[in-house]
Design a protein around this ligand. Structure first.
Ligand code: GDP
Ligand code: MG
Length: 164
């Protein structure tokens, strides 16, 4: 199997920060053609002897938090068709937003395993403030992580690589 993990979610939740952490120092393969907006990055990572590819989606709206239904559909469609496991990232600092709900509505089409990753849980207190995201109704469990300091990412990867 190809062992592909896709990271999806609205702008600024921390997708690229997690991507960079998961692919470590390995060089990401970017598919940016000149003059074309980069819409995804691929990188390679390893956890406990399992090798995988990570897709960072959502470069559609550079430097902007404006994102539209078409872009959400495009991002999620990519994840659903290409990935074996989907990480749906939300932001515990910002809390649950309407855009998160729009992503969840599209993600419900997927039969692939989905994990809700509650990012920016930089402290233990923050890691316990994730209950509101169960309302999204996708995924089975919520994994609080900090892409910035790495906390929680090991527990998440332990679960994810079980699919590989
Ligand atoms: P993306 O748009 O989803 O790819 O988000 P980015 O990875 O570009 O991150 C958006 C902002 O959130 C940046 O300023 C990051 O430094 C910040 N950020 C990402 N992960 C964390 C985290 O775990 N904790 C905190 N406090 N900030 C984070
Ligand atoms: Mg990004």
């Amino acid at each position: 199997s190809s062992n592909i993990i896709a990271i999806v979610g609205r702008p600024n939740v921390g997708k690229s920060t997690l991507f960079n952490r998961l692919v470590g120092s390995r060089k990401a393969i970017m598919d940016n053609e000149s003059g074309v907006t980069r819409d995804r990055s691929y990188g390679h990572g390893e956890w406990c002897g399992k090798f995988f590819t990570v897709i960072d989606t959502g470069g559609y709206v550079h430097g902007s938090s404006d994102i539209f239904e078409e872009e959400i559909n495009k991002q999620v469609e990519l994840a659903i068709t290409e990935a074996d496991v989907i990480l749906f990232m939300v932001d515990v600092d910002a809390g649950l937003t309407g855009l998160d709900e729009e992503f969840a509505a599209v993600l419900r089409r997927s039969k692939k395993p989905i994990y809700i990753v509650a990012n920016k849980a930089d402290t233990h207190a923050r890691a316990h403030q994730t209950g509101e995201f169960y309302a999204l109704g996708v995924g089975e469990e919520i994994y609080p992580i900090s892409s910035q300091n790495g906390s929680g990412t090991g527990d998440l990867l332990d679960e994810v690589v079980k699919h590989f």
